[in-house]
Design a protein around this ligand. Structure first.
Ligand SMILES: [Zn+2]
Length: 80
């Protein structure tokens, strides 16, 4: 791996809205990530027919991510 271009990886806890928790490696800043669905409660894995409301989720994420990127750019320019 090239030094200096990879984000730092660390352990994060992923918490699902169904209550399931799992540990994984991520470059995300958060120590805990909240998700709406996981392999324990997704209908594909449970075999259940369940209505999953994901409307607006992508847009929500994009809005959040845009904010995050802007904040990061600001802190980067401040450091120079
Ligand atoms: Zn779940």
């Amino acid at each position: 791996m090239k030094a200096g271009i990879h984000p730092e990886m660390h352990t994060v806890i992923i918490k699902c809205s169904c209550g399931a928790e799992l540990e994984t490696l991520s470059a995300a800043e958060e120590q805990v990530l909240h998700v709406d669905i996981c392999s324990k409660c997704h209908p594909f894995f449970t075999g259940e027919e369940k209505f999953v409301d994901t409307a607006g989720r992508v847009e929500l994420f994009q809005r959040k991510y845009k904010k995050f990127m802007e904040a990061q750019q600001q802190s980067e320019s401040k450091g120079e």
